[in-house]
Every structure is written in structure tokens, then in C-alpha cells.
Design a protein around this ligand. Structure first.
Ligand code: RNT
Ligand code: ZN
Length: 416
């Protein structure tokens, strides 16, 4: 009797698909796990800091991490339930200040060394983000485009500091760090002057990226957005702004799945953007009616994103990051669901009968193309997924839920 995996392997092989090759590619494709799912994007710079910047975590499920140690413990739990070797995506507002006070424009590797050590001990690569929100100097909803030169300068210094930190993290971990720039700047109501803030943002970015930082170690990315809470009418760093900026300066462009009109698909942008920028950063997310950052699912949109990466041969030039924050369910489960779903979508894409689909298309046989795409949907993906999980020593099925529940009663329930 053959195992479910052996039988799946044969079914895929009959369509010209090598499941072993798919598993090998999956194992060597990291996903960058965002630290901010663990505490609702709070960070630990100041006690009780309030999230602003036009993003919002809704819900008050008990047990959120209240300290760096708790966040690390929660991350360890989540990582143990996710197959593969991944990365930690850290925001600057998770600086380890150890009770002291250092301003964001003066951050150095010192405030992040404990994170680097923690990642090193676990074999995790890291990615990094300057934090342009939840700060008194961002309270106007403007940072790098602020009309006040002193405020702009503070944020320029923060950006330069973060690029240097990214470079040093990369050096220490032996793996390049993506440092992603997202700012909340915009306005609630109709601006009269849309031009000046964009001129100021471009000039601020020019200063930040002119600072000498090794571009082989620190990879700069810029993230656009359509609107935010309180910036409904105008966002300075729009899609056109940052795409043009990234192309001109050959930076990474960051596509966030929640940052476009709800009927637009991020997946179709990938093969366009990668014609003109060197590399891509993805913020895999799920917007429900708006940029709500719901937990990522194995849904059509996420599958289409991964299909594009595989079909286009873009995996080597793409950094897959996650960006969701749900405070209404167990936060560790949120990480596990979203990350496992992302990886599952990638596996599904790697198991497409690509050669047959491509040749049907080349032969103008659109009947076969459509029929095969539909047939492929019911191939035994689950058996390959379970085999992958087993090989990675992670739960292959829903049994991980019980592990999270046990952690909830043993650890989370004891938090105030
Ligand atoms: C906000 C952006 C940004 C943030 C994180 C916390 O709309 O998506 O990426 O979610 O940097
Ligand atoms: Zn994002």
C-alpha cells in the first residue's frame, strides 16, 4: 500500500509535476514574520503607547505580549508550528531600550543587538523597518513631508539610522536585510496643494538614501498606500510616487495587498513592476472592504500572488513579508494561520502543471489551458503539504490548535 504522499507524487508526476522539487523550493523560500502581530503594533518604547498613523488593530483578545521577552516567547511558539526556516521582520519601535531612553533619530545597532542575538541563536534572518508613527513628532500625520524643517530632519535622521542598523544586522547575520520605508503622511480632507508635500517627501528620501550604506547588505524598499484612517483624501506616498521613485533610484518596491482599490489585484502588478525595479518586497495581507489587515488565508488573491512569483520565475527577486494584525483572536494562532496559509499558497503554485499549461497557451489551445487550471485545483495538495510539515517536524494538521490552546492557558492566561 502506498502512502497518501506517494500516491499524490504519482498523480502530480503524471501531469509532469515534480513534488520533490516543489518541496525543495518551498523549504528554501523564507517568509518574513512580522513582529507586530504579537502586540497589536504597540512596540515597547514607552508604556501604553497608542497606535496611530492611520492603521488600526481592532479587538481585545486577552494575553497580548507586554514586553520583549513575552513577544519572543510568543514568536518561538508560533515559529515551532510553522514549517520551514524563516525571518523576523522587526519594526524600530520594538527597540530594546532596557529601561533607558534613546530617541528614534539616535538609534544604533545597540538598541537592536538583543534582537540580533535572539535571531542568530535561532538561525533566523532579519528584516527591518523605520517607525514613522506612534510618536509625538508624527502626531500631525506628517513626517518626511512635514512643512517644518526640524520635524522633517528628525525623521530623515531616523531613516538614515535605520539603514545603518539594517546594514549592521545583515553583517552580523550574514544575510541581507530589507529595510522598508512606510510613512503615514496624508490628509483627511481635500488638500489644496498636492504638490509641495510630494516635493518635500522626494527631497527627504533623497537625503536618506544618499547616506553611505552598503547596498549589498541593506536593501532599501519603499511602500505606497492608497488611503489610511485620517488620510482618506490624500496620501503623499501614493503608488505612482513610490513606483516612480523606486524605478528612478533602483530601490525595492513594496506591494502591500491591502493598499489598492478593493477590485484591483496585487498579483497582476508583479510582472509589471519587476520589469523595472531590481527586487520586490511583498506585504502579504488581507483587506476586507478596506486595508483592514485581516489574517492571510489560502484565498484566491494570495494564491494568485504566489502563482505569479512561480510562473514568472520571480522568487529569487522577491522578499515575501507578512503584514496583518488581528487583536480579536489568539495572536499566536493569527501568526500561525496567516503564515501557514501563505506557505500553502506558495506550495500550490509550485505544484501547478506549469509545463502543460504553458504549452497549451503556446499552442493557442485555450480550452485545455482553462480545463487544466480547473482540474489542478482538486489535485492532492494536502498530502504534499502534510509530507512537507512532517519533514520539517511541525504539525501536519489541525493538531497545532491544541498546542496554541495549551500555551494560552499555561502562559497567556497568566498575563494581566
Ligand atoms: C501600513 C503599512 C505598513 C504597516 C507596518 C506596521 O498601512 O502597511 O507596512 O502595516 O509597517
Ligand atoms: Zn504594509
Amino acid at each position: 500500500m502506498s502512502t497518501p504522499y506517494e500516491s499524490a507524487r504519482e498523480q502530480y508526476a503524471a501531469l509532469g509535476v515534480d513534488t520533490e522539487a516543489a518541496i525543495a523550493t518551498l523549504a528554501s523560500t523564507p517568509v518574513s514574520l512580522h513582529c507586530w502581530q504579537g502586540d497589536d503594533v504597540g512596540g515597547f518604547e514607552t508604556a501604553g503607547s497608542k497606535l496611530d498613523g492611520g492603521i488600526q488593530a481592532t479587538g481585545n483578545y486577552p494575553g497580548k505580549a507586554r514586553s520583549i521577552d513575552e513577544l519572543r516567547s510568543d514568536l518561538d511558539k508560533a515559529l515551532s508550528l510553522i514549517p520551514g526556516n524563516h525571518r523576523l521582520n522587526l519594526h524600530a519601535l520594538y527597540a530594546d531600550l532596557s529601561g533607558g531612553c534613546v530617541e528614534r533619530d539616535a538609534y544604533t545597532i545597540a538598541q537592536f543587538q538583543s534582537w540580533v542575538d535572539w535571531c542568530k541563536a535561532r538561525g533566523l534572518g532579519m528584516d527591518f523597518n523605520p517607525s514613522y508613527f506612534s510618536h509625538p513628532l508624527a502626531s500631525d500625520g506628517l513626517t518626511l513631508s512635514h512643512p517644518d524643517k526640524t520635524i522633517r530632519q528628525f525623521w530623515i535622521e531616523h531613516g538614515i539610522a535605520c539603514r545603518r542598523i539594517g546594514e549592521e544586522i545583515a553583517r552580523q547575520l550574514g544575510s541581507p536585510v530589507v529595510t522598508n520605508f512606510w510613512i503615514p503622511d496624508g490628509s483627511k480632507d481635500l488638500p489644496f496643494d498636492r504638490k509641495s508635500p510630494r516635493e518635500r517627501l522626494a527631497a527627504s528620501l533623497d537625503e536618506i538614501f544618499a547616506a553611505p550604506v552598503d547596498r549589498a547588505l541593506n536593501l532599501d524598499a519603499v511602500e505606497s498606500k492608497l488611503f489610511g484612517i485620517g488620510s482618506e483624501s490624500y496620501v503623499v506616498g501614493s503608488h505612482e510616487f513610490y513606483l516612480a521613485y523606486a524605478v528612478k533610484n533602483q530601490l525595492l518596491y513594496c506591494l502591500d495587498a491591502g493598499h489598492f482599490h478593493p477590485t484591483e489585484n496585487l498579483s497582476d502588478k508583479i510582472s509589471s513592476v519587476l520589469q523595472f525595479v531590481p527586487r520586490l518586497l511583498l506585504h502579504v495581507s488581507r483587506g476586507v472592504r478596506w486595508d483592514s489587515d485581516h489574517v492571510v488565508l489560502m484565498d484566491d488573491q494570495t494564491r494568485a500572488i504566489m502563482e505569479e512569483l512561480v510562473r514568472g520565475g520571480f522568487l529569487a527577486r522577491t522578499h515575501i513579508g507578512l503584514d496583518f494584525f488581528d487583536a480579536s483572536i489568539n495572536r499566536i494562532a493569527a501568526w500561525v494561520i496567516g503564515t501557514r496559509s501563505t506557505i500553502k499558497c506558495l506550495l500550490a503554485a509550485l505544484l501547478e502543471p506549469a509545463a502543460q499549461l504553458r504549452s497549451a497557451e503556446q499552442d493557442d489551445d485555450f480550452t485545455t489551458r482553462l480545463a487544466l487550471m480547473e482540474e489542478a485545483k482538486t489535485l492532492p495538495l494536502g498530502a504534499v503539504w502534510q509530507e512537507y510539515c512532517r519533514r520539517q517536524n511541525t504539525p501536519a494538521d489541525a493538531s497545532w490548535i491544541a498546542e496554541v490552546k495549551a500555551y494560552e492557558s499555561n502562559v497567556l492566561a497568566k498575563r494581566g
